[in-house]
Design a protein around this ligand. Sequence first.
Ligand SMILES: [Zn+2]
Length: 159
Amino acid sequence: MTRPAILGRLGALFTALAASVSPSPAAATDPAWKLTEDEWRKRLSPAVFEIMRLHGTEPAFSSPLDHEKRKGIYDCAACALPLYSSKTKFESGTGWPSFYEPLHGAVSTSSDYSLLEPRTEVHCHRCGGHLGHVFNDGPPPTGLRYCMNGLALVFKPEA
Ligand SMILES: [Zn+2]
């Protein structure tokens, strides 16, 4: 490889690294939820803003929803779109609320390179808010593990 080619590759690597330090949130699909980051900051608590708009991760075992066993629906903490049913929740032992399947069309995914190992980022389909990640080590029937930040969810118990 020639020296300019190597420098070009390094440049691309640094650009990728810089992007991974401050990941940009996914775009909202509903125009009503295309808010500026300032507008989001006013709507969300600082802890929820950190997770949903800045791709933060809450500490493991910190969410009461990790142990939530009641029947109900988990809504997006930013726009209230129903995301998961308690029917698909399972005990993953990771310290984060985990589901094997989202409600139909509720979430979208994108590639996340912020750690050395690429991960699949999960966000709310409607408002683009970051929820967590999805991994291939979940239980049947999907084999998927949607590892969610409890702060990104609001639980609505069944009436
Ligand atoms: Zn949302």
